[in-house]
Design a protein around this ligand. Sequence first.
Ligand SMILES: Cc1cc2nc3c(=O)[nH]c(=O)nc-3n(C[C@H](O)[C@H](O)[C@H](O)COP(=O)(O)OP(=O)(O)OC[C@H]3O[C@@H](n4cnc5c(N)ncnc54)[C@H](O)[C@@H]3O)c2cc1C
Ligand code: FES
Length: 241
Amino acid sequence: MKEVELKIVANVKVGKDVFLMRLRGDCTEIHNSGEFINIDLPNFYLRRPFSVCDFSYDYVDILYKVVGQGTKYMTTLSIGTKVKALIGLGNGFQIKRGKPLLIAGGIGIAPMISLAKAYNELGIQPTLLYGARTKEDLVLIDTLSELCHIMLCTEDGSIGFKGNIVQLLQKINPEFDYYYACGPMKMLEALAKTNSNGCVSLEARMGCGFGACMGCSIQTTKGYKRVCKEGPVFPANEVIF
Ligand SMILES: Cc1cc2nc3c(=O)[nH]c(=O)nc-3n(C[C@H](O)[C@H](O)[C@H](O)COP(=O)(O)OP(=O)(O)OC[C@H]3O[C@@H](n4cnc5c(N)ncnc54)[C@H](O)[C@@H]3O)c2cc1C
Ligand code: FES
């Protein structure tokens, strides 16, 4: 973990209420997809956690959905603004050999770009199942299509399979060795109950973001664990939903 000052170099709307922000600075402490950063917004009490969407040694991208005052304020931040952030937080995804299946619901797509890139670097193009309520909620399809074999689903049928991710998974029954999932808790729970050979990236309300306050603890089969420290990625069969 490291506290750094990052400069906003892009902050663009990429979908309905969804923005892609690039922050430039010392990002050498970010090592894995699935990690998160915690941004200190001036005049907001707690830092806001966001998954690493893409990263290199000198930048990190986050994909954020406007849901409350903090994320609304972020949309107003202009290029050149400097923000403080804790980076290198959380365990991140463990890259496993074999055939991966990436599963994302809604803004749960955020960590899948860096994960897909990591697999592409190994010469593996993963399959991605990506779902949302409606077509406008699906973002960065062009970028994702270059990295993944992508299958879309929407609950209203406006694009792709009509239904949710779990129904899509049951219908197509893809061949895979290990899955990586991020999205709404209900989706992760349904996945974990039907497929144990994967991991889920969880969200929890956070205080400190680095393991000190226990505010983000969840129950697992191995006792209480902190989403910010032992997670946010957990084996699907360990989480007690
Ligand atoms: C590990 C992790 C990774 C995340 N990655 C992303 C991401 O890539 N993209 C994205 O859009 N969102 C992500 N979130 C959720 C994001 O942190 C919240 O949407 C954001 O903090 C909301 O802030 P707000 O001020 O707009 O909302 P408010 O509701 O006004 O926030 C009030 C407080 O609740 C917290 N909070 C609100 N919603 C959540 C939530 N869903 N999870 C955790 N804390 C929350 C806020 O941080 C803040 O402290 C992630 C959360 C976690 C824990
Ligand atoms: S947020 Fe403080 S321990 Fe996780």
